[in-house]
Write a protein that binds this ligand. Structure first.
Ligand code: HEC
Length: 132
């Protein structure tokens, strides 16, 4: 028996055991709450890439915002204050990014980003800018 066929034979023998373990875990693990599934499910490292490609020209690299799209539009929000983070959950941020602020010049990012990319960018905002 070559090494490769030995590995194939071993994994074939292990597969049913893995499946049984997975089914057992699925049956015993408590179902996660829908919000919990969204909170914290983002990857900040990938979110940084999304942020730097799409958000920095209004919210700036340091998250301080302030850029106005037109003279009368409200400035892009600063993420660098404790006030911003008070009372904003990840799912609220997700929703705000998804629907955007069309009147203020921020597009509905759900048309351009995947839901996972929005979760990633939310995770990045929190890690990079929330004052500690
Ligand atoms: C063209 C400029 C522009 C770009 C690009 C932009 N934003 Fe904004 N953003 C704004 C403005 C302006 C506001 C404030 C809207 C208001 O107050 O009416 C805002 C507000 C926000 C808020 C505040 C929501 C809240 O709860 O108050 C978040 C979060 C946000 N943006 C995230 C992002 C992310 C993430 C990106 C990149 C994917 C992005 N923005 C790209 C202009 C922009």
């Amino acid at each position: 028996m070559t090494a490769r066929t030995a590995i194939a034979a071993t994994s074939a023998a292990l597969a049913p055991a893995c499946l049984a373990a997975a089914l057992w875990l699925a049956a015993t693990a408590p179902a996660p709450a829908p919000v919990a599934a969204q909170e914290g499910a983002g990857n900040p490292a990938r979110g940084r890439i999304v942020y730097e490609a799409n958000c920095v020209h209004c919210h700036r690299k340091d998250g301080a915002g302030g850029v106005k799209v037109t003279a009368t539009a409200p400035p892009a929000r600063s993420f660098a204050t404790a006030r911003f983070w008070r009372g904003r959950s990840d799912s609220q941020l997700h929703r705000a990014i998804a629907v955007g602020f069309p009147k203020s010049g921020m597009v509905a990012w759900k048309d351009l980003l995947k839901p996972q990319q929005i979760r990633d960018v939310v995770a990045y905002l929190r890690v990079a800018f929330q004052p500690r």
